[in-house]
Design a protein around this ligand. Structure first.
Ligand code: ADP
Length: 374
């Protein structure tokens, strides 16, 4: 049996392992918390630091193939492992481009992939001389996550809120829709595109609020975003699974926001709503099987279950029975013991034929199901 390692043991690793149960594969996970969501679903768990060269190298030496569930892994170790025969999804050079927002934006520019105009800033002093660029969005180059490394700079007064570290200052786009498209690439360079997902954001928490798939788009826009997503993954020259996040403005222009070189939140619904889920697809890719069918079976919505405001400690899922009674709702609890405000604790996928029903049911789930503390 092929041995496959996953760097990171959060909910993405957990869902990847759930899909692994269908295949002849021996699974390994490394994460620094032995109580993480994926720890109990793999064959072999290793406590270790995914950012540490030696930990990643030692872990990778045991397996035939390696993947990631988060970008912040040590890519130098991945490079060395690959040179010694371990297959890595995604390859280290692709990860290196993506990990740093400055090099990621430069990659789009150099490959003529549409993206919002930008300048790199090294410090707050650098930012101060960019008044002409406002309104803009300041994004920290390394380590930003879930909107935490993003600051809107609407006026000169906002400049002081920027990052005093290497960052990207990007022109503000008047966003009509935020779209994600998941693309799989296998070792032979064959690709499979999932239907686009319409992402709707929570203004306060700046975290994904709910999303609907397939996104309603004119054919012309769909073709445009498919061509752009393909150009992104071809340019990255790596097998694996990628989520290309894009903005569409009021004029129908498309801009790539960012790319994740891994299974992604915007693809959770593919477990129930598409013939081959993003997790199934990654196993097919890593194990050398044919790519799966990305078509949707039913339109879907995803509601994220985030820790409720004011609740810290052992998690309790209020309203769970009511949602479990809904016959087209699929509950995923990630198995994190502790909740805190805004923490991703699970998600619910809803299937329905019409967009109206999906949005209605998504709001109902949001109202009914709350992650509180004991
Ligand atoms: P993260 O990787 O932390 O999720 P993003 O780069 O996706 O950060 O930005 C978070 C959110 O900020 C986006 O989903 C979008 O709503 C908003 N945003 C980011 N870049 C721009 C931009 N150039 N113009 C307008 N809004 C933006």
């Amino acid at each position: 049996m092929l041995k496959v390692g996953i760097l990171g043991g959060g909910q993405l690793g957990r869902m990847l392992l759930q899909a692994a149960a269908n295949y002849p594969v021996e699974t390994f996970v490394m994460e620094n918390d032995a109580e993480c969501p994926a720890a109990h679903l793999c064959h072999h768990f290793t406590k270790g630091d995914i950012k540490n060269f030696d930990d990643v190298y030692r872990f990778g030496k045991q397996v035939d193939a390696l993947t990631i569930e988060i970008e912040s892994v040590n890519e130098d170790a991945l490079d060395k492992l690959e040179s010694e025969g371990v297959k890595v999804y995604p390859k280290a050079p692709a990860l290196r481009i993506i990990k740093n927002k400055i090099s990621q934006k430069e990659f789009y520019k150099n490959n003529e992939i549409p993206t919002a105009a930008f300048v790199a800033t090294q410090s707050l002093e650098d930012l101060k001389v960019q008044e002409n660029f406002i309104p803009a969005v300041h994004k920290i180059a390394m380590g930003g996550y879930d909107g935490k490394g993003v600051q809107l700079i609407r006026t000169k007064e906002d400049i002081s809120k920027g990052f005093d570290a290497p960052s990207v200052l990007e022109k503000m786009v008047t966003i009509a829709k935020e779209i994600s498209m998941i693309v799989a690439v296998n070792d032979n360079g064959e690709t499979a595109l999932y239907p686009p997902v319409d992402m709707v954001f929570d203004q306060d928490l700046n975290l994904l609020d709910y999303q609907v798939s397939p996104a309603e788009l004119p054919d012309k826009t769909l073709w445009k975003i498919e061509a752009i997503a393909l150009k992104v993954v071809k340019g990255l020259k790596s097998p694996g699974i990628f989520a290309v996040e894009m903005f569409i403005d009021k004029q129908g222009e498309v801009y790539v926001n960012e790319t994740a070189p891994r299974v992604h939140n915007s693809g959770h619904h593919t477990i129930e709503a598409n013939f081959s889920s993003q997790f199934d697809m990654l196993w097919r890719t890593m194990l050398g099987y044919p790519l799966g069918n990305t078509k949707h079976i039913m339109p879907a919505a995803i509601v994220n279950l985030l820790g409720a405001e004011g609740h810290h400690g052992n998690a309790r899922y209020e309203g769970l029975n009511d949602v479990l009674k809904m016959d087209n709702a699929f509950v995923h609890i990630y198995g994190k013991k502790q909740t805190k405000p805004g923490r991703k604790m699970g998600h619910v996928t809803i299937l329905a034929k019409s967009k109206q029903d999906l949005v209605h049911l998504a709001h109902r789930v949001k109202q009914v199901l709350k992650v509180c503390s004991l």
